[in-house]
Structures are given as structure tokens and as C-alpha cells.
Design a protein around this ligand. Structure first.
Ligand SMILES: [Zn+2]
Length: 332
């Protein structure tokens, strides 16, 4: 009972389903009426690098940048994950070979997609058996420490794709403006925001609080269980639950932002992975990216309401949760 799920990412859309029990958007696969989160069971994740240059970057340079990106994820103390470089290979990403392969692939027809991650998953358990990442060598790439004009940063895009590889979906913590030719990112508080910074930028090399909360919720370490807390509640409009509302927790002491979504018809949300302390909550419609970058289009996501702050400060306990936060929104 295995099937391949192909997830296009970064500048393209992702088909996914949200897990109703939890607010951070994780990759899920539907099993019967329910959703199973995708996760690895065996660590370290062993990855191969395709022995081929692409977009102006050699295979050895790609390996170094990918190693740094893995290190960023695996050094998070609240998440129990590890990864190991297994060697160079002639295999390409997307070969059906049972190997986890990362490499360049020329995909000129995918001229809006910088990279993509695909999986082989056990659809009963949600276990990820194999994952593949390609970076599209149709584009020009760079591994320069300060970035290079008109070239996309390998480490930044690899960091985003590796987040998918571990089972994370997209975060909505970003601001964009519409321009001819697409959306331009003005700011992003998550590496897992679906749209990349412009060519030349290296802003995507650093994981943010939202990314760290998301990965830690899937693979919680003992530190996570002891130290982090959550906020849960319900978003309603005219007494009805709102599906797909983006809820953002702002830590008043550190300024860190962690987002989540209401993921079912009654408007329930959970934001986990929060540091203890006082938080302000803001609810907003999903309007800085295409809805299909976040949700399965069969879901009826409500974007017709005005953004607002919750009228109370919410205090998150260490290792515990604050529940039953009720926030009412008004139609636009
Ligand atoms: Zn993505």
C-alpha cells in the first residue's frame, strides 16, 4: 500500500490536506476519512547527491550547501531528527529507486518552480520511505556566501525543500505584493513560506520561530515537551466555524511569530511549539499566497473576513496549554 505523492513547491503549488487535530500545517495524506501526518520513522535520514552540476553550481558545491541546510534543521534542540550524507550517485531525483536523492534537474517546462520535493509514503502509517528533491537547473544558482545578483541561493531553497522532506507543509507567515509575472515577497517570518525571496537574496538561510515550532511538533524532543506550550481555541463568524483562518501568535517578550490555521468546519485551531509567556493573537484570511499552496482545493477555505487582534493577551504555560480561546471575526 504505497503510492507516490508528488508535491510541487516554492514557486508552484502544493496539494495537501491539513491535519484537523493540529494547527501547524503539516503534510498529510488522506487515509479513509482521516488524515495521517507524513513523518520519518528511522533516523538518520540518509541522502544521496546527484553527481551532476546545474545552473552554474557543481555537485560538490551542492553537497556543501545541502549539508549546511540539513545542519540547520537537525541542530534544533526541540526536535529529534538527524540526517547523514550517504554519497554521490549517478541516480537523479525522481528516479524510482528507493533512494533519497537530491540534485539538479533541468525542467524548462516548470518555469515557475525553483525546486520540488516528492515522496514515497506508506499511506497506512504516513511513514516517509523515500524523498526526492530537485533544484531546477533551468534557473541560475549560487553558493556564494553573500549571494550573487540574478542567481538563486542553493542553501535557502534547499532549506525550504528539506523542511518538506521532513514532513512540513507551507507556512503563511509572509507578506507579498502582486506584480506582473507573480507575487514578490516583501517579508517572510518562515522559511516554509511558499514563495521564494528574489534572486540574489540569502534571507532564506535562517530558520525562524515558526519553522522550528513546526518541525518540533512533528518530532518533539524531551526539551520540547518540557519547555514549550500551546494555544488552542476556535475562530467563528456569525456563530459558524471558520475553516482556514490563519492565526498568528506573537510573543510579546521576544517578538517571535508562530502561525497556525483553523483546520476544520468548527473553526478549531491549535498553535503549538510556543515559548512560555504572554502572546498577542491575530486572525487573518489567507491572502498572501495562492490558497492551493496551503490547502487541498476541495476544502472550502473562508477568506471573507476582516483581520483582527484578539482582545486579550494569552499567557502560555511552560509545557502546557491555554485552551478555549474564542475569537469572533466579521465579514469583509
Ligand atoms: Zn514549498
Amino acid at each position: 500500500m504505497k503510492r507516490a505523492l508528488t508535491l510541487l513547491v516554492t514557486l508552484a503549488c502544493v496539494a495537501m490536506t491539513g491535519e484537523p487535530a493540529s494547527a501547524y500545517l503539516k503534510l498529510g495524506t488522506r487515509v479513509g476519512a482521516g488524515t495521517v501526518n507524513l513523518r520519518w520513522q528511522d533516523f538518520p535520514v540518509r541522502y544521496f547527491i546527484t553527481n551532476a552540476a546545474g545552473g552554474g553550481v557543481s555537485a560538490a558545491q551542492l553537497r556543501d550547501a545541502v549539508d549546511r541546510a540539513f545542519d540547520s534543521w537537525t541542530s534544533i534542540e526541540t526536535a529529534s531528527i538527524s540526517a547523514e550524507f550517504a554519497g554521490f550517485t549517478q541516480a537523479r531525483p525522481n528516479d524510482d529507486d528507493g533512494l533519497t536523492v537530491i540534485g539538479f534537474l533541468n525542467q524548462p517546462d516548470q518555469d515557475r518552480t525553483l525546486g520540488a520535493t516528492s515522496f514515497l509514503v506508506d499511506t497506512l502509517s504516513g511513514e516517509i520511505v523515500e524523498a526526492e528533491i530537485y533544484l531546477n537547473s533551468f534557473f541560475s544558482w549560487s553558493v556564494a556566501s553573500a549571494g550573487e545578483a540574478n542567481r538563486f541561493d542553493v542553501e535557502s531553497i534547499a532549506l525550504h525543500e528539506i523542511g518538506h522532506l521532513f514532513g512540513l507543509g507551507h507556512s503563511a507567515l509572509g507578506e507579498t505584493e502582486l506584480r506582473s509575472g507573480g507575487r514578490r515577497v516583501l517579508a517572510a517570518e518562515a522559511v516554509m513560506f511558499p514563495i521564494a525571496f528574489s534572486a540574489g537574496s540569502i534571507a532564506g538561510r535562517t530558520l525562524r520561530a515558526d519553522d522550528i515550532a513546526g518541525i518540533s511538533e512533528i518530532y518533539p524532543s524531551n526539551v520540547y515537551r518540557r519547555e514549550r506550550g500551546s494555544i488552542s481555541g476556535r475562530i467563528t463568524k456569525a456563530s459558524q466555524g471558520v475553516l482556514g483562518a490563519h492565526v498568528v501568535a506573537f510573543n510579546l517578550r521576544t517578538g517571535k511569530l508562530v502561525g497556525g490555521f483553523s483546520l476544520n468546519q468548527d473553526g478549531s485551531f491549535v498553535i503549538a511549539g510556543l515559548e512560555a509567556g504572554a502572546h498577542a493573537l491575530r486572525v487573518e484570511p489567507l491572502d498572501d499566497g495562492d490558497v492551493e499552496s496551503f490547502f487541498d482545493l476541495t476544502l472550502n477555505i473562508d477568506v471573507n473576513f476582516r483581520a483582527r487582534f484578539h482582545d486579550r493577551i494569552v499567557v502560555v504555560p511552560r509545557g502546557g496549554g491555554t485552551s478555549d480561546v474564542q475569537i469572533r471575526v466579521e465579514p469583509k
